[in-house]
Write a protein that binds this ligand. Structure first.
Ligand code: UD1
Ligand code: CA
Length: 453
């Protein structure tokens, strides 16, 4: 089956009250249009045309590398007119699948069902709604055969009672659409060229139309306002939480996790409340994440524990590491197995070796730390002189006393010891002790100043 997907994304989205084109607003961290393109491309070998209008340049830019084609609809004259803009891209013998850039949660499996139903003529996707106000109604005959779609504004009292509504999503042979769309009339209540009129046209030509009823209203719901965006965000997050639990992940509260991207978990992973996962995050077996953590584009190997209020971004953590509470691992952090990064520690472009510890109140940036190193509380790598970033290298088994400043570039040899409170500006060789601080003076008989009356 040759499938030409057309995604309508020309509308303004006035009710979003935003400078950003509506279809670029995210759901689950991905622009709505990106989700729709993804669902279409997951069908396999499809060609996709996106019809753009309002904010065309921004949309084009954002999806320049997505493999879709764009056509511009300069005036929004209706959904039928919009699809007609894509006719030059229709391929011989193709089935055209019409999707919407602001209907972000549509599932590939539903689209497959619809495409199957379109083998002998147009197929439309409908859904039952308790309150169908505002939508096009599906008119069926006594035998249940689809006859037409009647828009709310064109509907009589009888049609208004119908609760099966048009989602707008349909599949139809390209040759029929290429013939019918240019012949649509705009003689209706809104003066628009309605895509929905191809249904009655098909029936009048004795080509039966199949209706496929979607079972999840969220899957076919459109976003016209921030409130609807938030509603679908929650629906998506609930689905993701369900899928994680089904896969064996413990969520302390499935209503308090947000995945804005892809979260992949091994077995017996546990995630406490209020955690956010962005981009691609992978958690190995038995990883535990404490409450209020933010993890972005990172990989945590088996058995690693992340305690409360920790932020991890673009980092790779080995097995059985402990991080936090209140740690911040910035891009380029790599922890070897068994490493520990404790509270109020910030790392950036730092490799921390096997079993090494940075337990309290430190900044370790542009650093290479060997195995079995102990970095005392308050240690700072002074990696920036105001112009250049420089590197700190710490050898295996070194011991850095508390409150030391390591002024990079600098190297601390294996087994070396740094006395607490030192400011180290020169290389320290293996196994040496370096102490670089003011000598202690004790003055006996010292009189504190007193206030004169
Ligand atoms: C349309 C359907 C209606 C259905 C409803 C579901 C028609 C005539 N009606 O109505 O049966 O129940 O969707 O939400 O199709 N667009 C363009 N260019 C245009 C017009 C629209 O790109 O010239 C895009 C819009 O950006 C929007 C989508 O098409 O994403 C739907 O357009 P809209 O005008 O909102 O259609 P409805 O009146 O809601
Ligand atoms: Ca609409």
């Amino acid at each position: 089956m040759t499938i030409d997907v057309v995604i309508l994304a020309a509308g303004k989205g006035t009710r979003m009250r935003s400078d950003l084109p509506k279809v670029l607003h995210p759901i689950g961290g991905v622009p709505m249009l990106g989700r729709v393109i993804g669902a279409a491309q997951a069908l396999g070998d499809v060609e996709t045309t996106v019809v753009i209008g309002h904010g065309a340049e921004l949309v084009r830019e954002r999806f320049a590398d997505s493999g879709v084609k764009f056509v511009e609809q300069t005036e929004q004259l209706g959904t039928g007119h919009a699809v007609a803009q894509a006719i030059p891209n229709f391929r011989e013998g193709a089935t055209v699948l019409v999707l919407y850039g602001d209907v972000p949660l549509v599932k590939t499996s539903t689209l497959q069902d619809l495409l199957k139903a379109s083998a002998s003529g147009p197929a439309l996707l409908s859904v039952m709604m308790d309150d169908p106000a505002g939508y096009g109604r599906i008119v069926r005959d006594d035998a249940g055969q689809v006859q037409a779609i009647v828009e709310q504004k064109d509907a009589d009292a009888e049609a208004l009672k119908i609760t099966e509504i048009n989602t707008g999503i349909l599949a139809a042979p390209a040759n029929l659409l290429a013939q019918w769309l240019p012949e649509l009339s705009n003689n209706n209540a809104q003066g628009e060229y309605y895509l929905t009129d191809v249904i009655s046209r098909s029936v009048s030509e004795n080509i039966a139309v199949t209706g496929v009823i979607a079972d999840d209203p969220n899957e076919v719901a459109g976003v016209n306002s921030r409130a609807q965006q938030a509603e679908l965000e929650r629906a998506l997050q609930a689905d993701i939480a369900d899928a994680l639990m089904t896969a064996g992940v413990t969520l302390l509260d499935p209503a308090r996790i947000d995945v804005r991207g892809t979260l992949t978990c091994g077995s017996d992973v546990s995630i406490d409340i209020n955690c956010i996962f962005e981009g691609e995050v992978t958690l190995g077996d038995n990883v535990r994440i404490g409450p209020n953590c933010l993890l972005k584009n990172c990989q945590l190997a088996a058995g690693t524990l992340v305690e409360a209020n920790t932020i991890i971004e673009e980092a790779i953590l080995g097995e059985a590491c402990t991080v936090g509470p209140f740690a911040r691992l910035r891009p380029g952090t790599e922890l070897a197995n068994g490493a520990k990064v404790g509270n109020f520690v910030e790392t950036k472009k730092a490799k921390i070796g096997l079993g090494s510890k940075v337990n309290h109140l430190s900044y370790i940036g542009d650093a290479e730390v060997g195995e079995g190193v102990n970095i005392g509380a308050g240690t700072i790598t002074c990696n920036y002189d105001g112009v250049n970033k420089s590197k700190t290298v710490i050898g295996n088994g070194a011991f850095i006393g508390s409150n030391s400043a390591l002024v990079a570039p600098v190297e601390i040899g294996a087994g070396a010891t740094i006395g607490a409170g030192s400011t180290i500006t020169r290389e320290v060789s293996a196994d040496e002790l370096a102490v670089a601080r003011g000598k202690q003076r004790n003055i006996s008989g010292w009189q504190r100043p007193t206030k004169k009356s």
